[in-house]
Design a protein around this ligand. Structure first.
Ligand code: LM2
Ligand code: CA
Length: 484
């Protein structure tokens, strides 16, 4: 449950937030596979409410576990999983099983009816007895006090009807849903609102999962271990009784301290010079228990605590991503967004509420309202850096004592970052063999040449590194696969 079941040459995943299944399938084949991405976190595939204005968050209000959503139906889903697996890219599903809807009644995206007030969800089916109402002891039935773990687990998260995962019936329905997804070839789950469920209940649910061994999917999980990859979303910034470590026995956990540290670092409230012991040295979870990211779909909108760096501050964002990818620490996830001006704004869509596909520009970037951070050269080339550096320890850490750093991934790769505001000019040890390397931040290695800066490494492993204090991309990165 800690293993992403990734191809060993692929060491980072991307969250294609609100993408349609057939667009993801195409993206696996034309971009993610070739560029070395390990997998995709997809938006919740279950049937959900159809909220007026079609905000993104309607997908966090399940109506049933039928695979019918604005991203596509079950056939589209199956096709996506098979096509992505075929090019070495895994699919991780965002599963929402803490709760059902938060208000109203009507029809879900798959045609099932629901009625929040009577807690009636015939598409599953769930009824009153399947919810936690009698186990919640807050004044209004909602979570009012995060200092009370009982409330956090048994009361309603902003009015969302809270399922009782303590019963064998509810556990069974959730297992059925997960096993269905696994039978279609997915490699794992991002468990929404894990903090709001009891670790013991999650353990019981996970222990009943069966992974697919169907070779048609070209992806036989039983080869690499029989447990699906599990990422539990536990928002822990410290200061509450529920800790992310309550869940680390069951699978990986989203490391929100990482978002906080990255934010403080790149806004210069902290020093890059102090990062030679990044990871557990900074009080974060052990390597194999953490999933890390600069921002996610909630905190890029200001939800979930802390302020973070997003695509809207592109220069800082690229620097932060380069730092995260260059580090050997944890398993990273890149956020891929659509452009938004307001919190609730849904994905690019037409007048009838159908999600519209991203367009792909000649320079590999996206159009049609999609930001596609994962297609920014500075970002996808750092995925290539991470893949090339995999297994090599950090070494030869250098700093100017403040906001300029450089380090090697011993024998495999080298990066220098200048967030100081004035120029960096240094002769630094890269640990690489003598030769010319393409700086993958400023360009691509193409037909044996480099479209950006070329860095020359001498016989002693040293290279002269210059990064202007106000350069648009104030970093330089080279690795063994970028040798010219
Ligand atoms: C999550 N993780 O634990 C998701 O990452 C987050 O995006 C989800 O909230 C949340 N948990 C529940 O799955 C989002 C969104 C909320 C939205 C909920 C449910 O951030 O704003 O709440 O999904 O759709 C909305 C309204 C809220 C209302 C609620 C219930 O914004 O005002 O509360 O629905 O009707 C009365
Ligand atoms: Ca709960």
């Amino acid at each position: 449950q800690f293993d992403p079941h990734n191809d060993p040459d692929r060491q980072a995943m991307v969250h294609l937030f609100e993408w349609k299944w057939n667009d993801i399938a195409a993206e696996c084949e034309r971009f993610l596979g070739p560029k070395g991405y390990a997998g995709v976190q997809i938006s919740p595939p279950h049937e959900c409410i159809q909220q007026y204005g079609r905000p993104w968050w309607e997908r966090y209000q399940p109506v049933s576990y039928k695979l019918v959503s604005r991203s596509g139906n079950e056939d589209d889903f199956k096709d996506m999983v098979q096509r992505c697996n075929a090019v070495g890219v895994r699919i991780y599903v965002d599963v929402v099983v803490n709760h059902m809807t938060g208000g109203g009644s009507g029809q879900g995206t798959g045609g099932s009816s629901y009625d929040t007030n009577s807690e009636s969800y015939p598409g599953v089916p769930y009824g009153r007895n399947d919810f936690n109402d009698n186990n919640c002891h807050s004044g209004d039935g909602n979570i009012d006090n995060y200092q009370d773990a009982n409330q956090v687990r048994n009361c309603r998260l902003s009015g969302l009807r809270d399922l009782n995962q303590g019963t064998s019936y509810v556990r069974g329905k959730i297992q059925e849903y997960f096993n269905h997804l696994l039978s279609l070839g997915v490699a794992g789950f991002r468990v929404d609102a894990a903090k709001h469920m009891w670790p013991g209940d999650l353990q019981a649910i996970f222990s009943g999962l069966q992974v697919s061994s169907d070779p048609v999917h070209r992806f036989n999980l039983s080869v690499s271990g029989s447990n699906p990859f599990i990422v539990q979303e536990v928002i822990d910034h410290g200061g509450e009784p529920i800790k992310n470590t309550d869940y680390t026995g069951l699978g990986r956990v989203t490391e929100f301290h990482h978002c906080d540290h990255i934010n403080n670092l790149f806004r210069k409230r902290d020093k890059l010079a102090y990062t030679s012991n990044w990871g557990t040295g900074w009080g974060m979870l052990p390597d194999d228990q953490a999933l890390v990211f600069v921002d996610n779909h909630d905190n890029q909108r200001g939800d979930g605590g802390g302020s973070v760096i997003t695509y809207k501050e592109a220069r800082l964002y690229k620097m932060a991503q380069a730092f995260v990818m260059a580090q050997p620490y944890a398993f990273p996830r890149i956020m891929s967004s659509y452009a938004f001006d307001s919190h609730d704004q849904g994905p690019p869509q037409d007048g009838s509420g159908h999600i519209t596909s991203p367009t792909i520009n000649a320079d590999d970037s996206c159009g049609g309202g999609w930001v596609c951070e994962h297609r920014w050269r500075q970002i996808y080339n750092m995925v290539g850096f991470r893949n090339a550096a995999h297994g090599a320890a950090m070494s030869n850490f250098w700093s100017n004592g403040d906001q300029q750093i450089a380090f090697a991934r011993s024998g495999k790769a080298f990066i220098a970052i200048n967030n100081q505001g004035y120029d960096l000019n240094q002769n630094l040890q890269t640990t690489l063999s003598a030769g010319s390397y393409c700086d993958v931040i400023s360009g691509n290695k193409e037909n044996g040449g480099c479209t950006g800066k070329t860095i020359t490494v001498g016989g002693d492993g040293r290279a002269y590194i210059s990064i202007g204090g106000s350069d648009e991309d104030p970093m330089v990165a080279i690795h063994v696969n970028a040798k010219l």
